[in-house]
Design a protein around this ligand. Structure first.
Ligand code: 8X3
Length: 251
């Protein structure tokens, strides 16, 4: 029987690459995001390759919008085999003394509360069927704090704690819980972090070869294709030119 995967934040970057990868592996995919046009484009691309794709357009920061979208899935909500909690962002790179409350809330509401809102609706179906797999997108920022990372790092540390807590609570139901923790990946991530300043975003990756969204999708393919008795707890994945959150080798 075909499996179903729900991928949040699939309009771009890692979420989009993961949706394409999972569809290529034979999953029926449900892709979520705020930008309807991009979701439609992704659907056409997946369907053009013979895959099946359903879109849910909502803002993950709103619990009401999440609940409405999840309700619209009807029976399919109880039959999600794989949840990839990808939606997340860094909304700023300011020191703690000058960060804005709005940016902090956006990160907390997306990276922590959004992940919880979607998981809360998907987990009951997994429990009913005593199977399922949740893959949370963490980050090197979930392992280390770095200058000007403050609240973003805190949200990713929270994702780490939630991954561990979910794994313990869901153990008795045979539900796998994994995380993947990337270092530098060149996507729209830095453009969002620097509020659209492309020069600042480009400077982050200047002089080194960052990871691509496809590199992360490849690692997710590995995580989800292990045999039933194997769970990958976490993959910490960095560009060769990055040794830690702060040590990079630039040419
Ligand atoms: C994204 C990677 O290095 O900006 O989570 O924290 S980093």
């Amino acid at each position: 029987m075909k499996k179903t995967a729900l991928i949040t934040g699939a309009t771009a970057g890692i979420g989009r690459a993961t949706a394409l990868k999972l569809s290529g592996m034979g999953y029926d995919v449900i892709v979520t995001g705020r930008r309807a046009e991009r979701l439609e484009k992704l659907t056409l691309e997946i369907e053009g390759k013979g895959g099946s794709c359903r879109t849910l357009c909502f803002d993950i920061q709103s619990k009401d919008e999440v609940d409405k979208a999840m309700d619209s899935l009807g029976e399919q909500l109880d039959n999600i085999d794989l949840l990839v909690n990808n939606a997340g962002l860094a909304a700023t790179a300011e020191p703690i003394q000058s960060g804005s409350w709005e940016d902090w809330e956006r990160m907390i509401d997306t990276n922590i509360k959004g992940l919880l809102a979607v998981s809360k609706r998907v987990i009951p179906g997994m429990i009913k069927r005593s199977c399922g797999h949740i893959v949370n997108l963490s980050s090197i920022a979930g392992k280390e704090a770095y200058a000007n990372g403050n609240v973003y790092c805190a949200t990713k540390h929270a994702v780490e704690a939630l991954t561990k807590g979910m794994r313990i609570d869901l153990l008795q139901y045979g539900i796998k819980v994994s995380s993947i923790s990337p270092g530098m990946v060149e996507t729209e991530f830095s453009i969002v972090r620097y509020h659209g300043d492309k020069d600042k975003a480009d400077a982050v990756y200047k002089g080194l070869t960052p990871l691509t969204a496809e590199d992360i999708a490849d690692a997710i393919e590995f995580i989800v294709s292990r045999p039933p008795h194997v769970n990958i707890n976490d993959i910490l994945i960095m560009p060769t030119a990055q040794a830690s959150a702060v040590y990079n080798h630039r040419s």
